[in-house]
Design a protein around this ligand. Sequence first.
Ligand code: CTP
Length: 210
Amino acid sequence: MKKHFLITAGPTREPLDPVRYLTNRSSGKMGYALAGAARHEGHRVTLISGPCDLDVPEGVDYLPVETAAEMYGAVERYIAKSDIAIFAAAVADYRPAHVPEHKIKKTGDTLTIDFIKNPDILGSARTEFGYEGTLIGFAAETENVEENARGKLQRKGCDFVVANDVSRKDIGFDSSENEVMLVFAEHTEPLPKDDKYQLSLDIIARALAI
Ligand code: CTP
């Protein structure tokens, strides 16, 4: 059965002033691999992506966004149409509380910027958006990987969480390979280290089996 996937990918970009922004090291490779693999398997795919230097897989409905707030708005608008939602984006947890209209000048020896919390997009899926489809989150951890991922699964109402150890240099963020475990409520399935496209096929197969 062909399904409709909604996938978030890439980093978000939070403006500090008109010429500067705060972002993170996410390359978007995992989210784009998921989008490409789901499309290749014949599914319909909506890809909501922060700024990435990657080609958009052919045949995918592509919605570019910059900030976490824009990503939240796009997910809110499109999630009800999807059967399976996968949140692979590395969303900035905070944004500057105030973005000045003009460039910040180097007037002092130190600079203090107040940040406020961004909305948790994945955490809003069940509660705010009333989403009832299959929900998959990602957890990038540096310690207690399985335990932290299971906490996220419970807090955010996911069917499973794709967890990886980002303290390892050989996998994750900018790499084309990753080694992940799929953390379910009652059990964990470690997947062998593989390229992100092959892992995507495995993740999609598990999502379709729910
Ligand atoms: N996520 C999201 N919106 C946010 C933050 C995170 O949709 N504002 C999603 C990510 O796409 C990912 C999952 O939530 O699927 C992991 O989020 P993370 O920030 O690691 O989890 P938290 O529960 O916020 O915990 P932590 O304290 O580790 O940041």
